[in-house]
Design a protein around this ligand. Structure first.
Ligand SMILES: [Zn+2]
Ligand SMILES: [Zn+2]
Length: 680
């Protein structure tokens, strides 16, 4: 009782405070009073502390009452394009919009993500403060950094030694206004931003002497994109001296310099004292709002005065806004964002601070945060424990949704993450795949929209496709799975014709090959043919060359209704490109998901499948096998298969699937064969 009394006392103090008038920000001049429904909400009455829900009716009802300041605020919140809406707004033409009074400070709105709230405005801690300054408070930023540095154990830098060539590392010196080599252990800031369409100002062999000399940047100041200029000024304002910016710190026309730099991006962003995330705008000329006086406003904030002196503000979590921004759609920013240990995020005319332990924002103390699994996976890269291949798979599930202007950058923009994991596994990489786990990384499947071929990379690699790929095969240990479930001896053929083993430390699984297949065909050969197929050298990338079992089955389309039934009954992951596989008796013996949905109808087509490995368990697709058919061994294991198609002696991946073990004796004619595959 006493606590609710004191809350209410605190409230009335708040509500009778005189607020500054802000025409530009208010979405609703309180042109009318609260409507009949909203006047029962009781914005200034005693609030008991229990959650209370109010229905505002359907969308059109709310629109009709838009002279009510609270209804108007809810309407604007529903239309705010900066956040991910659970359902299209039209859904609420026939479904009620509800608001919940959750605690003394705020309301939740039912159709909005649960992390978006309407928060009472006040200078009191925990309430929403509307920015009154058109410039960043640099003392506050320095305070954030000091607190993190002094108190957070997780936010310390890596001491080294670094097993990497760091000759590329140099920074902009914001005092001498030039580019200068510094140790990677010095205190420097990194910039993460979108280049966009604006003209970059590049460090190149011809201008490097000028830019390395004192005041080199001052001499070229007009050529420097605005975001970089603002970053330089910001760094100076928070008393730091060095800032790393890719276009000015890697010699862009020197492949060695740029290449070594790109493969060490994990270190550059992880070691940075903090990273500036330029989350607003579309290109490098968008600037960092608030670095210079008068370069931002609070007009983007959705605010409404519901009663004289009582205002509410729409607040989202930082993640909601960042994840909707153009910054987060780009490929390069993925590892830059997730590898940085401290970030100062400029977005939506506000700045946020995010480190490995805390998240703060400029406008209020009671910041709404939620956990971001990708952020945790990114942090796990600093000290990987557990299965690093699963970790990379999870990061790729997210990364492959990103866009890149240059298709060739698709592997480079993840190179820091991949190299970091390869370092831990003490192995090399092949198109972003750590080679000891090649068998596992071939098993990606498409999301519902399917994939489209990216011709400059191989079809067997995640990089060979546009669209989101998934690696979601439970949490079993990948290294153990490779040891117990694979048999292929992988060779790669470079475009030059050079032939080499992919992973020469791999154990040959001769006994497994014999146990699984020797009773069915001659499986003695694993050495690749030395002579090459002419088509192999026409590709710009390495092709895989290996021996395994090949078999043919018939595809049968599954419509959505049937697919959903299978999904419910057996946990089959159904997409519009899922096909059932039929053996020579017309019985179901497996499933395949085709990668590219735009490929012509495959129904009733005969297709070739190659066996890759044993599945670890009843995988999602394998579990969809119809028990009526190859049912004798449903608890047993399935084979992972790739559907392939040949052209001029070279095969490409067309889909991924599972077949039942017993299917090997009932394939289409002429039965299975042990075959040399050249996979591009
Ligand atoms: Zn109302
Ligand atoms: Zn910290």
């Amino acid at each position: 009782m006493s606590s609710s009394k004191s809350l209410s006392a605190r409230f009335s103090k708040l509500f009778h405070r005189n607020l500054k008038h802000r025409d530009d920000e208010a979405v609703g001049e309180a042109s009318g009073g609260l409507c009949d429904i909203c006047s029962t909400i009781g914005f200034d009455s005693d609030w008991s502390g229990r959650e209370v829900a109010f229905s505002l009716g359907f969308l059109d009802d709310i629109k009709r009452r838009s002279s009510c300041p609270f209804c108007k605020l809810v309407l604007h919140s529903l239309q705010d394009e900066r956040i991910i809406h659970m359902r299209p707004i039209d859904h609420y033409k026939t479904h009620e919009v509800r608001v919940f009074r959750q605690n003394p400070r705020r309301f939740a709105i039912q159709p909005l993500p649960s992390y978006s709230k309407l928060v009472f405005e006040s200078d009191v801690k925990g309430f929403a403060k509307v920015s009154s300054s058109n410039q960043i408070d640099f003392e506050m930023v320095k305070n954030w950094l000091r607190t993190c540095e002094g108190e957070h154990k997780k936010c310390v830098p890596n001491e080294g030694p670094f097993n990497v060539d760091l000759s590329f590392f140099r920074c902009i010196d914001v005092e001498d206004m030039c580019i200068t080599p510094v140790p990677i252990t010095s205190q420097y800031v990194a910039l993460s931003y979108k280049w966009g369409e604006c003209k970059p100002f590049l460090l190149l062999k011809p201008n490097k002497d000028d830019l390395f000399a004192k005041d080199g940047l001052r001499r070229n100041w007009d050529l420097v994109p605005k975001t970089i200029r603002d970053a330089i000024d910001f760094v100076r304002s928070v008393d730091c001296r060095y800032v790393w910016v890719d276009q000015l710190c890697l010699i862009q026309d020197d492949d060695d310099d740029r290449g070594t730099g790109i493969s060490a991006m994990d270190l550059v962003y992880e070691q940075a004292y903090f990273t500036i995330i330029a989350g607003s705008g579309t290109d490098a000329d968008s600037g960092l709002p608030g670095v210079k006086e008068g370069t931002r406003s609070s007009s983007q904030q959705v605010t409404s005065e519901v009663l004289p002196g009582v205002s509410l503000v729409l607040r989202h979590t930082m993640q909601d806004i960042v994840s909707q921004s153009e910054y987060h759609q780009r490929g390069w920013t993925f590892q830059e964002y997730y590898l940085s240990r401290r970030k100062i995020i400029f977005i939506d005319d506000t700045i946020y601070f995010k480190c490995r332990e805390k998240c703060w924002q400029e406008l209020e103390d009671g910041l709404l945060v939620r956990s971001d699994p990708t952020e945790e996976q990114g942090q796990a890269l600093h000290k990987p424990s557990g299965d690093i291949y699963h970790l990379l798979g999870q990061l790729l599930n997210k990364y492959t949704t990103r866009e890149l202007k240059m298709p060739t950058d698709y592997v480079f923009a993840m190179a820091g993450v991949c190299r970091r994991l390869a370092d831990y596994a003490d192995c090399s990489l092949l198109f972003g795949i750590p080679v000891p786990a090649l068998d596992w990384f071939l098993l990606f499947y498409p999301n519902k929209n399917g994939l489209r071929r990216r011709e400059i990379f191989p079809s067997w690699a995640w990089s060979g496709w546009y669209g989101q790929v998934y690696y979601n095969y439970g949490s079993g240990n990948v290294t153990k799975w490779v040891a117990s479930s694979t048999w292929i001896t992988w060779y790669k053929r470079e475009p030059s014709g050079e032939l080499a083993m992919v992973w020469d430390k791999a154990e040959r699984q001769t006994s497994r090959v014999n146990e699984l297949f020797a009773h069915l065909c001659d499986v003695s050969r694993v050495e690749p043919s030395r002579e090459r197929v002419s088509e192999q050298t026409k590709r710009q990338y390495a092709t895989l060359q290996f021996w395994t079992i090949s078999a043919n089955f018939t595809l049968r389309g599954i419509d959505q209704e049937e697919g959903e039934k299978l999904m419910w009954s057996y946990g089959l992951y159904w997409t519009p490109t899922t096909y059932e596989l039929l053996d020579r008796n017309g019985a179901n013996c497996g499933f395949v998901m085709l990668d590219d949905p735009t490929s012509t109808s495959e129904d009733h087509k005969r297709a070739e499948f190659i066996l890759l490995s044993l599945s670890a368990q009843k995988s999602q697709t394998a579990a969809g096998l119809s028990p009526a058919d190859h049912a004798t061994d449903l608890g047993g294991r399935f084979f992972w298969v790739l559907m392939i198609e040949w052209e001029k002696g070279v095969a490409e991946r067309k889909g991924i699937g599972n077949i039942h073990r017993t299917a090997l004796t009932s394939t289409l004619d002429p039965g299975i064969s042990w075959k040399e595959i050249v996979l591009a």
